[in-house]
Design a protein around this ligand. Sequence first.
Ligand SMILES: Nc1nc2c(ncn2[C@@H]2O[C@H](COP(=O)(O)OP(=O)(O)O)[C@@H](O)[C@H]2O)c(=O)[nH]1
Ligand SMILES: [Mg+2]
Length: 325
Amino acid sequence: MPANLTLQYLEAEEVFRNAKTTNEKIAALEDMLAAIPKHKGTEKLQADIKRRLARLRDESEKKVKAGRRDPFLVEKHGAGQVALVGFPNVGKSALVDVFTRAKVEVAPYPFATALPVAGMMEYEDILIQLVDLPPITDGEFVPGLAGAIRNADALLIIIDASSDDCLDQLDGTCGQLREKKILRDDLVEGLHHHTRDSCLIVATKMDIEGAEDNLELITEFLPSGFRLVSVSVEIAETLEHLRQSIFDLLGVMRIYSKKPGHDPEMSQPFVLKRGGTVVDMAEAVHRDFPSKLKSARVWGSARFPGQAVPRDYVLLDKDIVELRI
Ligand SMILES: Nc1nc2c(ncn2[C@@H]2O[C@H](COP(=O)(O)OP(=O)(O)O)[C@@H](O)[C@H]2O)c(=O)[nH]1
Ligand SMILES: [Mg+2]
């Protein structure tokens, strides 16, 4: 046993020993890998954890292929997957209901949502997947919930601004996510988790009396660096504002391709990570394109329409790109 193992590591190891499902074991090993001090003395142990991780991920993939799917893992569609998390009755299902055609249950009693329900939300010319989840409470997560939250590209942390418990909901939800290592302060390479950058706090039911006052409190006690949006399913402008915020949260951009001598293909944008370059676009069009790429022209962000740009030119949302190979 190498020296200097941190308490955090030993805790993760304990979680691993008690883990029952493959997904729980994977999550625990990931935590062990994140917590292990990185020096010569732990190299063998690090390699051992990585080997076990690889084997378990393999196993989990085979199970998926064999049709033994985890009902909590929602297959991704569209420009990104955004999961709604929060306490019971805060208005998660109501939002998925107004934004998508998914059949969700909106009900004034807790635990109406037992399994994830996914629907597609239109944002201009793309679709974003929203996933309604069973509630988080102060107690235990239902099995599978942690994996579903981790797996999403971004999170909406929903709190009910009309409730006097709104600050407890915020604390409770963020606290649970942190405790389960689903939410961390910083990105850890190789791990699946969220940071403040992939989270948006959404205060709901703003049409109800008292919500405005509570919103001031929420703003005051907002954990630092987190973004906050307020909404009511009854007020159309707030919904449109939230729709825009969800797109911004995903950190993606739409790029349209144009074949030389043709009009641009405006109906089917490529969706790339914001900050992506001409090479990233080429890669998205075809795996072989980056190596074959001779020149590129850009309409939109370029100084003039159809300007020739270098391979490392950083594209912006709604750019049109012509790739010559
Ligand atoms: N007045 C008002 N009621 C809402 C709003 N959003 C949700 N509700 C109500 O709050 C209750 C719980 O909503 P629901 O979406 O089922 O909560 P969930 O448990 O978080 O999915 C239901 O009775 C909804 O009709 C809102 O913006 N305004
Ligand atoms: Mg619900």
